[in-house]
Design a protein around this ligand. Sequence first.
Ligand SMILES: *[C@@H]1O[C@H](CO)[C@@H](O)[C@H](O)[C@H]1NC(C)=O
Ligand SMILES: *[C@@H]1O[C@H](CO)[C@@H](O)[C@H](O)[C@H]1NC(C)=O
Ligand SMILES: *[C@@H]1O[C@H](CO)[C@@H](O)[C@H](O)[C@H]1NC(C)=O
Ligand SMILES: *[C@@H]1O[C@H](CO)[C@@H](O)[C@H](O)[C@H]1NC(C)=O
Ligand SMILES: *[C@@H]1O[C@H](CO)[C@@H](O)[C@H](O)[C@H]1NC(C)=O
Ligand SMILES: *[C@@H]1O[C@H](CO)[C@@H](O)[C@H](O)[C@H]1NC(C)=O
Ligand SMILES: [Cu+2]
Length: 594
Amino acid sequence: MFTSIATKACLLALLSQKVLSAALPHVVAPLGSETLDARDSVCTNSPTTRSCWTNGYSVSTDMDEKYPNTGNTVSYNLEITNTTLSPDGVSRDMLVINGQYPGPVITANWGDTISITVKNSLENNGTGIHWHGIRQLNSNQMDGTNGLTECPIAPGQTKTYTFRATQYGTSWYHSHYSVQYGDGVVGTIVIHGPATSNYDLDLGPLPMTDWFHTPFFTVNAEALHAGGPPTADNVLINGSMTSSAGGKYATTTLTPGKKHLLRLANTGINNFLHVSLDGHPFTVIASDFTPIVPYTTTSVVLAVGQRYDVIINANQTVGNYWLRVGTGGGQCDGPNANAANIRSIFSYVGAPSGNPTSNGIILPTGCYDETTVTPYVKTNVPSNTPTDLEITFTQTASQGNLVQWLINSSAILINWEKPTLQYVIDGNTSYPKSDNVITIGTANTWQYWVIQSAASNPELPHPIHLHGHDFYVLGQGSGAWSGDLSTLSLTNPIRRDTATLPANGFLVLAFESDNPGAWLMHCHIPFHISAGLGLQFLERPGDILSSIGDLSGFKQGCSTWDSYENSISGFDMGDSGLKVRQPISPRAPLINAA
Ligand SMILES: *[C@@H]1O[C@H](CO)[C@@H](O)[C@H](O)[C@H]1NC(C)=O
Ligand SMILES: *[C@@H]1O[C@H](CO)[C@@H](O)[C@H](O)[C@H]1NC(C)=O
Ligand SMILES: *[C@@H]1O[C@H](CO)[C@@H](O)[C@H](O)[C@H]1NC(C)=O
Ligand SMILES: *[C@@H]1O[C@H](CO)[C@@H](O)[C@H](O)[C@H]1NC(C)=O
Ligand SMILES: *[C@@H]1O[C@H](CO)[C@@H](O)[C@H](O)[C@H]1NC(C)=O
Ligand SMILES: *[C@@H]1O[C@H](CO)[C@@H](O)[C@H](O)[C@H]1NC(C)=O
Ligand SMILES: [Cu+2]
């Protein structure tokens, strides 16, 4: 669609980008006063020219509109198995990828095609992998969302997910089969691309997650009937932590005098995570997949699903330094039994062995998003009135204190045997009410939503994640949104794939209908999506089949899943609570999402 640019001049890329932008209401600004090199005539990425990429692409490129065609395909095989591991010294049954936890880092270059074959070697669960934050442009059936874009992968079966890396930066992938990722089916994604600040070395991802010692299906089943969030046992940093049973601190090596890129990701369940490194401020250069104007801070906070790319300058005395991680504090995100002791070690080459003795800041607490986030590529969003999405909460004594989170009075509950794409194939628009389908018919228009959490709800924030798009955060605050359009932030608003709906507050979002598909939007806390806090945008159903092409994999997947599910008498979907209403039913709790 985009003419290839023979020259390597980024300036030409910028010009061509502006022409392309005319088709959409994007406003792509020229480079500002930042001391970057994107206008270099030879735009080759190097430690001193990280804003450049190659072949006319740079950090100034609007990746919603344009991305390189490398012609390369990177391939991975992921096998999901049931095993026993002890990430923090406490041994437990886990469901893991390729025998390791976390799973392998999926690494590609911006513009590559990624092809990942997932084999389900579990005995008693389906599976399906979602590639968090990946836009899946015209590849909705590769989104890995059981019950929307695919049937689960049955035991013994495989599915190959093929999609384009249209964005660059840091993300993660995880099972979208009920709450399975809480038992270990998680890994990280690195898409190499340009950056808004220079660095020498890429340390790769540092995934962090709150952690339970009890199998997560059990934790979730109890949470759905409990009076508040369960207490997590620990937080794992890069898959490791200490506990009274042993374990060890994860270690990351720093090279003296070098600037290091570190890719922080909250791959967790319930806890917000505040992160700092003793003696080393962070220069933050990306939030989720969005490059941002760099800012420097002593700590960052990540909601579940969020990522920050930060640069660490190893210019301190050669030695060992603590990375400190704290939670929201327990009032807003659920208690964590080891919250006061979460650390990992950053060790300079040449440092003596032994634990650090460094001093650091007292970490902030609370559950909120970073606010000093300004996208590097500027987009202005036209003003318009958002449609209400009302979040309410019920706990029903007659159903064993069943917890439900509802959107416009409906808790999402999907059918693994009949994903939304099947409705599209059938031309059937009679979606069950509890599928929470919102149809968006018109192409390439702005869609506006205000997610409003009722004043009577439990005082919990919700990290809201949208599949298939980065959204723009036009408003975010406590209490009821005033409805005053002049309060919205429309000039280069924060753009990302996960943002916090404050407790009893509001979140105003916008995105463009530029990607046909069934896209889930949901709270990323497994307990909450399991209790219903999700909906799906069925975006341009008339354009979906022509955009996604071959459906043989989808059909084959549903055929093997249906045989599997029907072969088990009284197949247990897990306790979504709604089991009380439908004891043996093909309707599954959509969990987790992400
Ligand atoms: C994992 O193994 C345990 C112990 O054999 C079994 O109870 C459980 O059902 C297995 N889980 C899955 C998802 O196959
Ligand atoms: C998945 O496996 C776990 C055990 O590992 C079990 O508790 C759960 O019920 C299974 N759920 C489904 C829906 O298959
Ligand atoms: C995380 O752990 C893996 C496996 O040990 C290691 O290769 C990687 O370098 C670690 N990442 C960081 C940022 O320390
Ligand atoms: C070390 O690097 C940080 C971050 O770039 C900078 O703020 C600080 O001034 C540097 N310190 C020294 C001693 O050079
Ligand atoms: C949700 O309910 C509100 C209040 O009744 C209504 O204004 C809004 O249109 C509904 N949203 C959708 C997507 O139907
Ligand atoms: C449409 O879907 C509904 C809900 O699954 C189903 O009951 C109905 O039979 C379907 N209609 C057609 C024509 O397939
Ligand atoms: Cu939530």
